[in-house]
Design a protein around this ligand. Structure first.
Ligand SMILES: C[S@@+](CC[C@H](N)C(=O)[O-])C[C@H]1O[C@@H](n2cnc3c(N)ncnc32)[C@H](O)[C@@H]1O
Length: 207
């Protein structure tokens, strides 16, 4: 779910080889284009990483072998809050309503678990929304989905949102910082190591 390729640009700067996947061929083209920048690193030992991209579905990473990936960094749509392909691409998860989106994310979580090496990490950025004046905790549902797939939660990092309508919202009349949807969750999960005893992490795992 590379979108316009921010993660891949960081990979190039950090010398990390990467495989970027997105369902939308336009996104993959934009990402490839953004990667074309010339870069003169300060580090003399800098070796150009191998960065591949392909048009594919995060629910079925058929080109990627079991337990071959060191780190997954993903940023799915927040269900249908923003429609990325304007319903032109059937497999685009941003065309789904929240319950169907959460259901399909189970496949993304299982597939991520399959390709990740044991003991390695997955980072996923998720946000919430509100409808009919009620809160919709998409990120909490997605957290449960990844725990159910077998991941252990390492961190829930809060990323502030800027320049959006919601960051201007405060509890009306409040002079304190009680903010309404002013953040997204960057969940960091770990796949258990081979033969690792996970009992001591049980409160960070699926119950
Ligand atoms: C929130 S955007 C990612 C934005 C990205 N962080 C960036 O820097 O531009 C979500 C992306 O997920 C992609 N996507 C939606 N459904 C997908 C699927 N089934 N498999 C792979 N990518 C998908 C969309 O095409 C969109 O580019």
């Amino acid at each position: 779910m590379i979108g316009s390729g921010t993660t891949l640009v960081e990979c190039k700067l950090l010398q990390r080889s990467a495989i970027g996947v997105d369902i939308n061929p336009d996104a993959v083209m934009v990402a490839r284009n953004r990667l074309g920048f010339s870069y003169r690193p300060l580090d003399e030992d800098y070796k150009k990483p191998e960065i591949k991209t392909y048009v594919g579905d995060a629910r079925n990473l058929n080109l990627i072998k079991n337990e071959s990936i060191d780190l997954i960094v993903t940023h799915p749509p927040y269900a249908g809050i923003i429609s990325y392909s304007k319903n032109r691409i059937g497999e685009d998860l941003s065309s789904l309503k929240v319950p169907e989106f959460v259901g399909e994310m189970e496949k993304v979580a299982d597939e991520s678990f399959r390709v990740l090496k044991p003991g390695k990490h997955l980072a996923i950025l998720m946000g919430d929304t509100r409808k009919h004046k009620h809160y919709i905790p998409i990120s909490a549902r997605i957290l449960e989905v990844f725990l159910k797939s077998g991941f252990i939660l390492r961190e829930d990092i809060i990323k502030g949102q800027w320049k959006t309508k919601s960051t201007r919202e405060k509890w009306s009349g409040s002079k304190y910082d009680f903010l309404l949807i002013a953040h997204e969750h960057l969940f960091i999960f770990r796949k258990p190591g081979k033969d690792e005893r996970t009992t001591k992490f049980k409160n960070s795992m699926c119950w």
